[in-house]
Design a protein around this ligand. Structure first.
Ligand code: HPA
Length: 273
């Protein structure tokens, strides 16, 4: 099925299940899916029941769309996401972002688990993404441009909307939630990076590394959606401390859950402005 057809079918299938009109999108990364329980009056639709949607396979990613309200805002949340390393082209990985655009979102909050590269960070830190470096080896906009979403050569200067970052930093500080800010680099995975790759990324100006988010942010920006990115630093990146394990990623995400939930609620409130 062609991408535009998949987007159309998935949008129609979700619209059939709910009359709620979400204005804000949210993607919940590895181990961070429990936020979806914060949504009130929610409709839950497994990815597998949405024709055209790619299906997630990784542990810690339930793979469902949850539509409900948070602080009076209608939100569409993706509990889990598909990753490039699962073998889908980035154009397919980002179908859900374009579906959320069709559902009417104006702002997208992207969250992920990431490895800390900046030596001032430690596991459990939350980092607002100020910008990204795409080391994934691909780009979700490769292929014919979908003119109905945006231009062939979209500007990425303010991809993680500065005005929303300024507001969220103030609100997090007022709420006593420690919040770092930095540059997120994406490697494709699924192998974790090598210590040499992490030293390279630090030299290049990256503060954190992960295997997602960049394709979704690019496609959102292309479609004129404002983006907020939040990384949960679940571990220090390769070569800084001990060897890396997915179990550690999940355990740290669990440990910072209450601050993460509070921060995402503030991000939703900021996005509503
Ligand atoms: N590297 C890449 N992806 C990750 C990491 C990491 O160290 N931690 C969580 N996701």
């Amino acid at each position: 099925m062609e991408i535009t057809e998949r987007i159309k079918q998935a949008t129609a299938a979700i619209r059939e299940k709910t009359s709620q009109k979400p204005a804000i999108g949210l993607v919940l990364g590895s181990g961070l899916g429990d936020f979806a329980q914060q949504l009130e009056g929610s409709t839950v639709i497994p990815f597998s029941q949405i024709p055209g949607f790619p299906v997630a396979t990784v542990e810690g990613h339930a793979g469902e769309v949850v539509i409900g309200s948070c602080g009076g805002q209608a939100v569409v949340a993706l509990r889990g996401r598909v990753h490039y390393y699962e073998g889908h082209p980035q154009q397919v990985v980002t179908i859900p972002v374009r579906v959320m655009k069709q559902l009417g979102i104006h702002t997208l909050i992207l969250t992920n688990a990431a490895g800390g590269i900046n030596l001032d960070f430690s596991a459990g830190a939350l980092m607002l993404i100020s910008d990204h470096i795409n080391c994934s080896g691909s780009n979700p906009l490769i292929g014919p441009n979908l003119d109905e979403f945006g231009p062939r050569f979209p500007d990425m200067t303010d991809i993680y909307t500065r005005a929303l970052r300024v507001r969220l930093k103030q609100d997090a500080q007022a709420a006593g939630i420690p919040l770092q800010e930095g540059v997120y680099a994406m490697f494709s995975g699924p192998s974790y990076e090598t210590p040499a790759e992490i030293r390279m990324l630090r030299t290049l100006g990256a503060d954190a590394v992960g295997m997602s988010t960049v394709p979704e942010a690019i496609v959102a920006r292309h479609a004129g959606i404002r983006v907020i990115g939040i990384s949960c630093i679940t571990n220090m990146a390769a070569g800084i401390l001990g060897p890396l394990e997915h179990a550690e990623v999940m355990a740290t995400a669990q440990r910072v859950k209450s601050d993460f939930i509070r921060l995402v609620k503030l991000a939703i409130a900021a996005a509503a402005q």
